[in-house]
Design a protein around this ligand. Structure first.
Ligand code: 5RP
Length: 261
């Protein structure tokens, strides 16, 4: 891995802990103004000090984040679908590497839809993105989306993560599952977990704790942060778990104390 690629990846996965707390706010690329992201700039601003990086689209980056911010950006570069369209799996590449470079991003992110009718196109998109990422030293994050018909189990998630790594993804985002240690063992690149649909705060902290305990290098959470009663409290509590190895109880107390302040 060349110097530039390593340097960019180290902006996201912090060298001092080998961990990362990414904030995902890219949901609008197919969901539109989802709850909690109606005004992205307002959602993001108070959370910036506590996120190691932001995963977002170029549209939100350009309109809703001041360029003076030094937070590392993971740019969502796949899409082309919508929640009211025929299929969420029918994604293509929506951003050129030239525009990603212009935006000074630290990594680019693309979803793959293994097991769906669009698996080939999304896996070939990943392969092309890795080619151009390697050319310019931009790490590629493969997001393993789970089609409706798929089980979010160790067999499926291990298959997706391993395929992504084999095709050259530099890190992978997937979901936590039973026997998650097997997913980690069988994937030769770092794994972060998405939070998935909003759940109770304590359960979301439990998810982050188990994922970190079982080998994930961190999280790239969205809805469980910006849809919680206290987004800043949640993000800070997740940081305690991921970077300081806090127990769930400790982290939840921190969340509650910030929420009640
Ligand atoms: C949406 C995404 C999100 O980045 C990913 O799902 C993480 O967000 P959340 O924690 O809300 O699941 O890829 O398609």
């Amino acid at each position: 891995m060349d110097w530039g690629m390593k340097n960019r990846l180290s902006r996201i996965i912090k060298p001092d802990t080998g961990r990362t707390v990414m904030l995902a706010v890219d949901h609008g690329y197919f969901l539109g103004a989802t709850s909690g992201l109606e005004e992205p700039g307002k959602t993001i601003k108070p959370l910036l000090p506590y996120a190691d990086s932001l995963m977002l689209t170029r549209g939100v980056l350009r309109t809703s984040l001041a360029a003076e911010n030094d937070i590392p950006i993971v740019l969502r570069v796949s899409g082309g679908t919508s929640i009211i369209g025929k299929s969420l799996s029918d994604e293509g590449i929506t951003v050129s590497m030239e525009d990603a470079l212009r935006l000074n991003v630290s990594a680019v992110a693309l979803s793959i839809f293994v097991g769906t009718e669009y698996e080939k196109q999304t896996l070939l998109s990943l392969s092309k993105l890795v080619d151009v990422g390697e050319k310019y030293g931009i790490p590629v994050l493969a997001v393993t989306a789970v089609g409706k018909e798929m089980n979010r189990d160790v067999r499926y998630l291990s298959l997706c993560c391993r395929i992504a790594a084999e095709l050259g993804a530099h890190f992978v985002k997937t979901y936590y599952c039973e026997n998650f240690t097997q997913v980690v063992k069988e994937c030769p690149v770092p794994i972060v977990i998405a939070g998935g649909k909003k759940i109770e705060e304590r359960a979301a902290l439990e998810l982050a704790f188990c994922a970190a305990r079982d080998g994930a290098v961190g999280v790239d959470m969205g809805r469980n942060i910006f849809q919680s009663d206290c987004p800043q409290g949640m993000l800070r509590a997740v940081r305690e778990i991921v970077h300081k190895k806090a127990k769930v109880e400790q982290a939840f107390e921190l969340y509650e104390s910030i929420k009640n302040r």
